[in-house]
Design a protein around this ligand. Structure first.
Ligand SMILES: Nc1ncnc2c1ncn2[C@@H]1O[C@H](COP(=O)(O)OP(=O)(O)O)[C@@H](O)[C@H]1O
Ligand SMILES: [Mg+2]
Length: 483
């Protein structure tokens, strides 16, 4: 397809207008983004809280374990060796002495249990939990690390948000810290020998539960805040969309109007040139027919009416051509101070005999105290002639045509002219269309009369209104302001 072809296709069949649903687009993506943000944020916050708690707890456990090691060495190892020669924890009295030292040292501290492993085998030599004593393999990798003089911790935990529900198993969290149990006496540069490994267990269940609870609070609060934010944003976006839509609608309307105006302008130019071309030959036809009529009287008496028909019809054609020209080439009004009543008098005088033949009574109610206005008499004459002619045409069976003029109420010396007939009236759905060019329901009408009238009145800064009742009559009200 060549570019020209595309253009033609575009102008002839405009693509269907599919509005971009901003709100819809925003709703889904926005909600998703807000949800992800909320979850990520609450995860970040609680994770940080967890890390801080763990670090603190670990540091605490380390201090406790160090201190415990010290106490055990000073108050158990040294006195026992002095008294019995060597340490043998199988003996109940030594076991009891150690237990006392450990319990004294950890009394009142947040420590759940203490276990001391042997340094040669992964075997429990002592524990505050009696069942563990003598068991092997409980140390794990942390035990091995402690033998290499490295302290380390392991967190045993279980539980999620669901464990907060009533009836669910409790949240559980234990921090196991392992440190080497070293002999506190140093001989020269030699590292103090490792006597075993101390395991200290801290119960963090309550803190873990607290953190999970906190996570729920944070999530809930964030959800509320984000929902609020989302609602506000959605409201703004919805409003923006409405504005954008209205603008687009307005633009479409203006474009349509512009096209219409362009079409009308082109049409007007065409009509004007054609009408202009017709006007002169029409004049010649008319005057020739008049001459012909006179000749016929002597040549073929009784046939003069044939020429008269030509004259009459050319007169009508001339009227139509004039209306076309008036519409296509509206003249710029030439304003001068004049009396509106004078114009109305002239129009009604011109129509008087015509109205009489159509059995129409003309009633004039002209306010004689009107101020002169700055008007184009010629144009107003044509405008009122059009309105009155329409009135006459609306009363084929005769009736009353009322022509009224009065001072504009509240205005600064403006004039209101009313033309009322007792004719056929206009159906409500047609009222809006009668000012549209070429709208007519008459066989021999052009539909330009009221369009021209409206042009003229608006050129005077005035306005024209219509009130009509089908079968009762019509009233045209023209308001001409003082300028
Ligand atoms: N006084 C009236 N009573 C009833 N209908 C009217 C009256 N004036 C105008 N109309 C309606 O408005 C249409 C347009 O009027 P106009 O623009 O003067 O064109 P035309 O007179 O050539 O039809 C008329 O065809 C008629 O249907
Ligand atoms: Mg008319």
């Amino acid at each position: 397809m060549t570019p020209t072809e595309t253009k033609i296709a575009d102008t002839t069949t405009p693509p269907p207008f599919r509005p971009f649903r901003l709100v819809k687009f925003f709703s889904f993506t926005g909600l998703a983004v807000f949800l992800v943000c909320t979850l990520a944020l609450s995860w970040l916050i609680t994770n940080h809280a967890k890390r801080v708690l763990l670090e603190r707890s670990e540091a605490y456990s380390l201090v406790v374990a160090e201190n415990l090691g010290h106490q055990v060495f000073q108050q158990f190892v040294v006195p026992t060796v002095l008294r019995y020669g060597k340490i043998a924890l199988r003996k109940p009295e030594q076991q009891q002495a150690l237990d006392k030292v450990v319990r004294d040292a950890t009394h009142g501290l947040r420590i759940q249990s203490v276990t001391i492993f042997d340094s040669r085998q992964n075997i429990v030599s002592y524990s505050t939990i009696k069942e563990r004593i003598g068991r092997t393999g409980l140390g794990g990798i942390e035990y091995q690390r402690a033998l290499e003089r490295q302290s380390s911790s392991r967190l045993n935990s279980r539980g999620t948000v669901l464990n907060l529900l009533p009836g669910a198993p409790k949240i559980f969290s234990e921090l196991h810290t392992f440190i080497p149990f070293v002999q506190r006496t140093t001989f020269g540069d030699r590292p103090s020998p490792i006597m075993g490994v101390i395991e200290v267990v801290q119960d963090l269940s309550e803190d873990a539960e607290e953190i999970i609870r906190f996570q729920v609070y944070v999530s809930a609060i964030l959800m509320v805040i984000m929902s609020g934010l989302f609602a506000v944003l959605r409201f703004i976006v919805a409003k923006a969309e409405r504005i954008i839509e209205n603008r687009a609608e307005e633009r479409r309307r203006l474009e349509e109007q512009l096209h219409q105006n362009e079409r009308l302008a082109t049409l007007g130019k065409m009509v004007a040139s054609v009408s202009h071309e017709i006007k002169n030959p029409l004049g010649i036809v008319r005057s020739t027919a008049e001459i012909l009529g006179k000749r016929l009287r002597s040549v073929a008496p009784g046939n003069e009416h044939l020429a008269a028909i030509i004259v009459e019809e050319t007169g009508r054609l001339d009227g139509i051509v004039r209306e076309f020209l008036d519409f296509a080439r509206p003249q710029v009004p030439k304003f001068a101070l004049a009396s509106v009543n004078d114009v109305l008098q002239k129009v009604s005088q011109f129509l008087e005999s015509d109205l009489e033949t159509h059995h129409i009574t003309l009633v004039r109610e002209l306010d004689s105290a009107l101020d002169p206005l700055s008007i184009d008499r010629e144009q107003l004459y044509r405008a009122f002639l059009n309105i009155l002619m329409n009135g006459r045409q609306a009363m084929p069976e005769g009736g009353t045509l009322t022509l009224r003029s009065r001072r504009q109420k509240g205005g600064q010396g403006g004039v209101v002219v009313e033309v009322a007939d007792t004719g056929v009236g206009i159906a409500p759905d047609k009222v809006a269309r009668i000012f549209t060019p070429f709208y007519t329901d008459k066989n021999r009408g052009t539909g330009l009369g009221l369009a021209i009238v409206q042009n003229i009145i608006e050129g005077h800064g005035g306005q024209i209104e219509v009130e009509s009742e089908e079968g009762r009559g019509t009233l045209f009200r023209v308001t001409l302001p003082r300028r």
